[in-house]
Design a protein around this ligand. Structure first.
Ligand code: HEC
Length: 108
């Protein structure tokens, strides 16, 4: 009985460590951050999200940075800026940079 408990505890520690470790590693990974954007913006940023805004694949890395920092600050955007702010509300400046670099890489 006791041994089983110890093994169970060790197992959950290993799993917790793996989750923590990978999320730290992936925190600024643009491709991973972009996963939740693809539904509206397209796998390669080629869609006009919900029929609003620009095709983000056409934007430069700088424009992407400026627009996303602006959504967070409340200084950028159109009719659906509130929705976009929600999408990236928990992004750090580094996350925005990483996802901008990733989107800019979609250009042929
Ligand atoms: C639920 C749909 C949806 C999701 C998910 C979404 N967006 Fe958007 N996004 C929009 C809409 C709608 C707009 C236009 C908002 C406005 O009115 O300014 C927009 C605008 C933008 C713009 C600026 C384009 C412009 O017109 O200037 C960027 C950059 C952007 N999104 C990046 C992202 C990134 C990066 C993610 C993922 C972290 C993401 N979006 C997730 C719907 C979405």
């Amino acid at each position: 009985m006791k041994t089983t408990m110890i093994i169970k505890t060790l197992k959950s520690l290993v799993i917790a460590g793996a989750i923590l470790g990978s999320s730290t590693l992936l925190a600024n990974d643009g491709a991973t951050l972009y996963n939740k954007c693809a539904g509206c913006h397209g796998a390669k940023g080629e869609k006009v999200a919900l029929g609003k805004g620009k095709v983000i694949a056409d934007m430069t890395e700088e424009e992407l940075n400026i627009s996303m920092n602006g959504y967070i600050a409340g200084t950028y955007g159109g009719a659906m800026k509130g929705l976009m702010k929600g999408q990236i509300a928990n992004f750090s400046k580094d996350d925005i940079k990483a996802v901008s670099t990733h989107i800019a890489s979609f250009k042929k």
